[in-house]
Design a protein. Structure first.
Length: 441
């Protein structure tokens, strides 16, 4: 780990520890997940654990102890050095590396977690732990806590509650630092370049899988870990399946191709971009009409990514344009307000217009706090991704017209990644073309 990265993680830990204010946090890292028999999926560190440690090995556990004096606040439990295991499965940092390179105040082998935990929890006001996700660790934490509560009547001190981690970390992760913004720029740029590569080479490809290969090969070539999520390569009617990841159809030149894909960097920052374009290089009249509506909706929504607006403001901007557009071509009937009121647009547009983006593709952070909308602030990064999907899978809402066949099988989404920057939203994914003139050949 280089000095800059070390400083970044150190600052996050200091900030987190000050928010803990007398509490002890127990944060497990990710485990390897079995794919089949003795083969595993590629390791993916848990995002909160990564955010605070930068430590990329499985099964580790971090303690953050804001009630302890300096020099005893950051504890890492890791796999110890073991030459035989390392010959089979690769290098480990061990407890020495955890202390020297990753700056833990103290590190132990994972097997000592249960033995060491009581000392470290002693004196904490509350415990911060992600309940319900790590049964083996939770069992240890809860039985220890039960003992401490039993002792309360004798010694007058025990953690009084267990609180969720998100209360202390989500807000920090939601606002991206300059360092994180630069990492996000890189993740999104590689993702956008991959979309360009796909569009420019679609003519020589015959199958959705080949497009997936092109995208994901490019991610690896650029030094990313791979796709941030299962790439969606959806031609024709497949695009009306929102999470279509089978990618097993042949490409037809009269169809549109919807590609929703982004890369994940070595340090897990993610891009998430969608483009839709005609495979044969020319939109049909119907495809063009729908594309124009989605593009206009997306541009309107993008303009509202400014300080003080909320996610639902952005959604409503896009939604109105989509409904107006569909009214104009007689795919909807009624007034805009009435259609919004009774949700009779949802057979065409059934998702929201975006989400936070960062270390998680659907990044942490609330969109509402009870009755209040979370308002945009500088340093937030979100996607803006309206779409229209015309298929006969969904029932037609009461009072709405039947869909003529010529419209069916058109699925279009346009998704950019945007940094909130005062009154001037910065579109990080603008390298990927979306104007009709650029998509037609
Ligand atoms: Mn998205």
């Amino acid at each position: 780990m280089n000095q800059l990265d070390n400083q970044v993680f150190q600052e996050r830990r200091n900030n987190f520890l000050s928010k803990l204010d007398g509490r002890a946090a127990i944060i497990p890292g990710a485990k390897l997940v079995k794919h089949h028999t003795d083969c595993e999926y590629p390791f993916r560190q848990e995002s909160n654990f990564w955010y605070l440690t930068g430590f990329d090995e499985p099964d580790a556990i971090a303690l953050f102890l804001s009630h302890k004096p300096k020099g005893e606040r950051y504890i890492l439990f890791v796999h110890p050095k073991n030459i035989e295991s390392e010959v089979w499965n690769g290098f480990r940092w061990g407890t020495n590396g955890a202390e020297k390179i990753f700056k833990a105040d103290k590190s132990y082998p994972i097997s000592e977690f249960e033995k060491e935990l009581p000392n470290y929890l002693m004196g904490a006001d509350e415990i911060v732990f992600p309940v319900g996700k790590y049964p083996e660790i939770e069992h240890i934490v809860l039985s220890l806590w039960a003992k401490q509560i039993d002792n309360y009547s004798r010694i007058g001190r025990a953690p009084r509650a267990i609180r969720p981690l998100g209360m202390f970390l989500n807000q920090m992760r939601l606002i991206k630092s300059e360092y994180e913004i630069s990492r996000m720029r890189e993740a999104v740029l590689i993702s956008a370049e991959a979309h360009e590569l796909v569009r420019l080479n679609v003519g020589s490809k015959k199958h959705e899988k080949q497009i997936q290969g092109l995208l994901e090969g490019f991610f690896l070539e650029k030094g990313a870990r791979g796709p941030a999520y299962n790439s969606i390569v959806a031609s024709g009617d497949n695009a009306c399946v929102l999470h279509y990841t089978a990618n097993n159809s042949e490409l037809k030149k009269d169809d549109l191709l919807l590609v929703d894909a982004g890369c994940s960097l070595q340090d897990y920052y993610n891009g998430d971009i969608t483009r839709t374009f005609p495979i044969g290089g020319k939109f049909s009249g119907e495809q063009r009409a729908i594309y124009e509506i989605v593009l206009e909706a997306q541009k309107k929504a993008l303009r509202s990514v400014v300080i003080g607006m909320s996610s639902s403001d952005i959604h409503n901007e896009a939604l109105r344009v989509i409904i107006e557009g569909l009214l104009e071509i007689n795919l909807l009937r009624g007034s805009v307000d009435e259609i919004i009121e009774n949700c009779s647009y949802k057979h065409f547009y059934m998702h929201k217009t975006g989400h936070w983006l960062g270390l998680d593709v659907h990044d942490v952070g609330a969109y509402r706090l009870g009755d209040y909308e979370v308002l945009l602030r500088d340093g937030m990064i979100l996607t803006v991704e309206p779409g229209i999907y015309i298929s006969d899978r969904m029932p037609i809402p009461k009072g709405q017209p039947e869909i003529p066949d010529r419209w069916k099988g058109i699925g279009i989404r346009i998704e950019d990644d945007v940094l909130v920057n005062g009154q001037c939203p910065e579109i990080l994914s603008s390298v990927a073309c979306k104007e009709i003139a650029d998509l037609e050949t």
